[in-house]
Write a protein that binds this ligand. Sequence first.
Ligand code: NDP
Length: 277
Amino acid sequence: MTTVPRIQLSDGTSIPQLGLGTYKLDDDTVIPVIHEALEIGYRHIDTAKIYRNESGVGRAIATSGVARDDLYITTKLWNDDHLQARSAIEASLERLGLDHVDLYLVHWPFHSAGTAARAWEQMVEIREAGLATSIGVSNFLPEHLDAIAAVSDVVPVINQIEVHPLLQQAELRAECAKRGIRVESWGPLGHGSVSLAEELPQLAAIAEAHGKSVPQVVLRWHIEEGLIIFPKSAHSARLRENFDIFDFSLNATEMDAIRALNQDRRVGVHPHEGNWS
Ligand code: NDP
């Protein structure tokens, strides 16, 4: 079976570099998808309270036959829970049927409310209580990282942000690296909003040279950039395709060619705008 590389985090733990995203899968549809993914070899699952599928994720785990310790489970604190993070994670754990998650993320900085620092203070307590082994953030800009650094010495292990060839985020990734924060790419294949194969026809030649598909080349690019990814698919063949990226590598010319495709083009929401509650 394929061994997925692990990325070391600043708190001494490690995370499988490839996992399964679950955005847009509901409590029912997520169960067979997770079972299929675990069968293929996935061991890392990314969910969030707002995906409204934590109960399904929990049922899938409980009925999978895979030991809890072999799994890496992430969930996230939603905006309207910033001031009640402890009860929010307790409710998430209840739905997941778990006593802890491996990673708990502040889902958005909730820029308009300015509550990220107060949320982070509670995240630290959540980690100390053992409800989350590791804690991190998502959609944070340097200004938000500064805001939490002002109230706590505990640095997030991860910042989960939109990254794909159209939006490579070199500056924010460098800033995270400087602070010892690893980056997870959400929407690694374009978030289902754009087809990277259509937007970037240059990828086809690289894919052809390796006998791989464009999505596989894109996911391999993330891996070689040191990014952590969890592409979502509801389809068995695509789950396999997205996992089958560890038997080839991109050379320096190909990596540079993909880096040159950056357009600073977001297909998702800017961190200043993620203010839903
Ligand atoms: P992805 O970039 O993973 O793209 C998912 C889309 O691509 C789906 O429409 C899927 O369709 C399609 N797809 C998947 N594999 C293939 C393939 N091999 N060939 C062609 N199409 C494919 O987008 P996501 O937004 O789902 O991002 C991944 C995960 O990141 C999410 O599921 C979620 O866990 C997380 N996330 C976090 C956010 C945050 O704010 N922190 C925001 C958004 C996502 P189909 O299912 O029909 O196969």
